[in-house]
Design a protein around this ligand. Structure first.
Ligand code: FAD
Length: 232
């Protein structure tokens, strides 16, 4: 069976690879290829965030986590396992995704910086996306997949050629299937040096004291490229 995947970001490439591995014939059509995708600029830390329904997401997250642990064995994937601590100024419950992460635990008092009362200690996959996307393209093509640069005006255009279509167009789904609820938001990626915790080699993922005082603001933005790099 021939299946068309729309989109060549991390979703389209991952779907395409899984389809080929399962014995289907798959082709990708995409308006833009890496490095001109949103996937290229993701910070790409494994962390289930505002994804629902949680009882299903926890299983998907666990499966992804296990796959990324395997991929981290291969330097060419750009995937690494990072030990980290997420710190809180108050006592927190276990996160709903705890079951997905082997070795998850709460921080001990001596692991917490001044002013913080609790923390999650765990290893998470961190992915260097330009490297990972290159790896996925190579894997997709070596399995016999073809990537075609083609902008679709609607999914009907895809169904005119294929009976089975998987839409991995990201924000492009807004126009492809008329989903006006999709809204782009601008994010900020902060790169920090390893360290920051009393335990050597850890990355500290701090939260601001109150969710309402977050200094990383998000606004609606259709701008594709990063607008500014700041080094302090
Ligand atoms: C600053 C930032 C930080 C992020 N950090 C993280 C993080 O730490 N962890 C995490 O999990 N996620 C993170 N994300 C989110 C993550 O980047 C996205 O969820 C993910 O990249 C979406 O991948 P995708 O393949 O679905 O879409 P995209 O990468 O957007 O790819 C969409 C593809 O569809 C194609 N397309 C669109 N419209 C059409 C059309 N009409 N015809 C043909 N092709 C079309 C595009 O050209 C492209 O090839 C971050 C995002 C940003 C912006």
């Amino acid at each position: 069976m021939e299946i068309l995947v729309i989109g060549c970001g991390v979703s389209g490439l991952s779907c395409g690879i899984r389809l080929l591995e399962a014995g289907f014939s798959a082709q990708i059509w995409a308006r833009d290829l890496p490095p001109r995708t949103t996937s290229n600029v993701a910070a790409a830390v494994w962390y289930p965030y505002k994804a629902y329904p949680e009882h299903l997401v926890v299983g998907w997250s666990a499966a992804s986590y296990a796959d990324f642990v395997q991929l981290a064995q291969l330097p060419e994937t750009g995937v690494v396992q990072h030990a980290g601590i997420e710190i809180f100024p108050w006592i927190v419950e276990d996160p709903w995704w705890r079951a997905a992460v082997p070795g998850f635990r709460h921080a001990t008092a001596d692991e917490l910086p001044d002013g913080y009362r609790d923390g999650y200690v765990f290893e998470a996959p961190v992915i260097e996306m330009p490297v990972y996307l290159g790896y996925l393209i190579q894997r997709f093509e070596s399995l016999g997949g073809q990537i075609v640069v083609r902008r679709l005006a609607s999914v009907d255009e895809a169904f005119a050629h294929y009976d089975r279509v998987i839409d991995c167009a990201g924000l492009g789904a807004r126009e492809l299937v008329g989903d006006s609820t999709l809204t782009p938001i601008r994010g900020q990626v902060v790169r920090v040096a390893q360290g920051g915790s009393s335990a050597s080699g850890w990355t500290t993922m701090g939260r601001v004291a109150s969710p309402t005082s977050s200094r990383v603001r998000t606004t609606v933005s259709w701008a594709a490229p990063p607008t500014r790099a700041v080094k302090t």
